[in-house]
Design a protein around this ligand. Structure first.
Ligand code: SF4
Ligand code: SF4
Length: 141
């Protein structure tokens, strides 16, 4: 296991839905792997054309979610994710991202300051980041 993660950081999602769409400050890009878009299509019986569009500049991500309802994700319904159990990896990672640090030759988890639930709630353990790392390993590395 070769990654750094923020120690002693608290985080517990308060379901504010900020990360599920655009804000005044930020245009959200909810990008997906092809297999993720296909899984959502399979599970929902909604054609990929309806909920996402193809992108070509963010390999290996091939699709981006449409944000038709007040610039919120296609699958946000009554302030809840209607595809929670098969939501894309990018949603599972938020508010964190994983980058490879060339200098340290290690993967590093960073948090975005945007999420209001950072430093609130439960203290995150290494196990939390391990699960995310395994997910990225399985899908990307
Ligand atoms: S912005 Fe943070 S608190 Fe709000 S829904 Fe997203 S993860 Fe949860
Ligand atoms: S898939 Fe779910 S968690 Fe991801 S942006 Fe859409 S509503 Fe939010």
């Amino acid at each position: 296991m070769s990654f750094f993660y923020p120690k002693n950081l608290k985080f517990e999602c308060n379901k504010c839905t900020l990360c599920c769409g655009n804000t005044k400050e930020k245009t959200r890009h909810i990008i997906m792997l092809e297999e993720e878009a296909e899984e959502i299509q399979k599970q929902t019986d909604i054609n990929t054309n309806e909920f996402c569009f193809e992108i070509t500049d963010q390999q290996p991500y091939m699709f981006e979610m449409k944000t038709p309802h007040d610039e919120k994700c296609f699958f946000l319904k009554q302030n809840d994710c209607s595809i929670y159990s098969f939501r894309p990896m990018i949603c599972r990672f938020y508010p964190f991202e994983l980058k490879f640090d060339q200098e340290q030759q290690k993967y590093v988890f960073n948090a975005t300051a945007e999420c209001p639930a950072l430093n609130q709630g439960k203290r995150l353990t290494q196990a939390y980041f391990k699960r995310l790392f395994w997910l990225a390993e399985e899908k990307l590395l």
